[in-house]
Ligand binder design. Structure first.
Ligand SMILES: Nc1nc2c(ncn2[C@@H]2O[C@H](COP(=O)(O)OP(=O)(O)OP(=O)(O)O)[C@@H](O)[C@H]2O)c(=O)[nH]1
Ligand SMILES: [Mg+2]
Length: 196
């Protein structure tokens, strides 16, 4: 999730189809699937590419409820785009905290992503500012990416999936364990996850 034009679709399409989308076509909602193996565990990922443009954002609460992990994306070329993430993160925490089990140490899987790293001359957000924000969120991982130059694209998905697997193991994802989110019963079991 993140503001309009920050590169959510470009990152998703780079991750799923290994190509760069040059054209800006504001998203209403797109869903993608890809298998990803992290630390020997294969997950069937459903990646929900959401709308950043105000007029299409009415479904965002629904996405937050159904999502198991979140990539919060801003553009390194836009100061406004990083400040927009405050409200989004607050909404996610409010919605997700209601589903956590009291007394267990659990975290909502989140990765902070500063995209368009290749546009060096247009950069407006320093690494320090972004790291400061990630610390204020309890130390969520922060990555600088480029969908164009394919920098750190797989890394952000792997990181959030790793957090999702850990969250499942500590029992925070009640929904997954309750409704049979796991397919199969041995160590090679598959999971169905939704990323926003
Ligand atoms: N140079 C550069 N351009 C990028 C990068 N990522 C995205 N873009 C460009 O930025 C524009 C917007 O990218 P999108 O991926 O459509 O942005 P979005 O966040 O999905 O926007 P909404 O769907 O409106 O929320 C497009 O023209 C992309 O080609 C990047 O890493 N580097
Ligand atoms: Mg988009």
């Amino acid at each position: 999730m993140g503001g309009g034009g920050v590169g959510k679709s470009a990152l998703t399409v780079r991750f799923v189809h290994a190509m760069f989308v040059e054209k800006y076509d504001p998203t209403i909602e797109d869903s993608y699937r890809r298998n990803l193996t992290v630390d020997g565990i294969t997950v069937a990922l459903e990646v929900l590419d959401t709308a950043g443009t105000e007029q299409f954002m009415s479904l965002s609460t629904l996405y937050m409820r159904s999502g198991d992990g979140f990539l919060l994306v801003f553009s390194l070329t836009s100061v406004e785009s990083i400040s927009e993430l405050h409200t989004i993160r607050e909404q996610i925490m409010r919605i997700k905290e209601a589903t956590l089990i009291p007394g267990k140490e659990q975290r909502v899987p989140i990765v902070l992503v500063g995209n368009k790293l290749d546009l060096t001359h247009e950069r407006q957000v320093s690494r320090e500012v972004a790291v400061h924000l990630s610390r204020s969120w309890g130390g969520v991982p922060y990555y600088e990416t480029s969908a164009r130059k394919e920098i750190n694209v797989n890394a952000i998905f792997e990181d959030v999936v790793r957090q999702m697997i850990k969250a499942d193991a500590t029992g925070s994802s009640r929904r997954s364990s309750r409704n049979g989110g796991f397919v199969g019963s041995d160590r090679q079991r598959k999971r169905r996850c939704t990323l926003l």
